[in-house]
Write a protein that binds this ligand. Sequence first.
Ligand code: HEM
Length: 143
Amino acid sequence: MYFYLVFIHVVSALFLGCFLAFPLAMNRLFSLESKELIISLKTILSFTRAGHYALVLLMISGIWMTIGYTSYPSLLWVGISILILILIGALIGMVHKQIKQIMFTADSAKELSKNRRQLTRYGWMTFFAILIAIFIMTNRSLF
Ligand code: HEM
């Protein structure tokens, strides 16, 4: 069973890893117009939805492994891991909400450029939060 949990956990982490390319992919958005822009925004929405599923699987498999099988992770490690997971979820959620809002306005391109700064900031914050999560996961002995 432990094997399956690690497998699910790591595959979910890979899925979440797609968001490492997010800030770069976002830059491309700002040069798109109307129809192309809407298609790209819809694609991003699919990714943010999938990101949330990946986070749920990470949470379930991670907690299951911690409670059921491992004795070494400290409470501090578990606490930080859960906090960072919630932070990533909140950031992806905010991107999701903003993209949805942009899609449903009459002039999406204009609305997107209005929200450019914030979206870029969320993108980079998600990027660094994922890097930190992977660092924490792969360096359990430090905590
Ligand atoms: C942001 C979310 C998370 C990401 C990206 C993530 C990613 C990873 C990765 C890549 C590994 C494999 C590392 C290795 O084997 O050296 C791992 C292992 C592990 N993670 Fe997570 N994780 C996350 C959240 C959590 C949470 C919230 C928990 C539980 C509190 C957790 C519990 C574990 C455990 C117990 C292992 C050890 C599995 C093993 O190698 O035996 N993870 N995680």
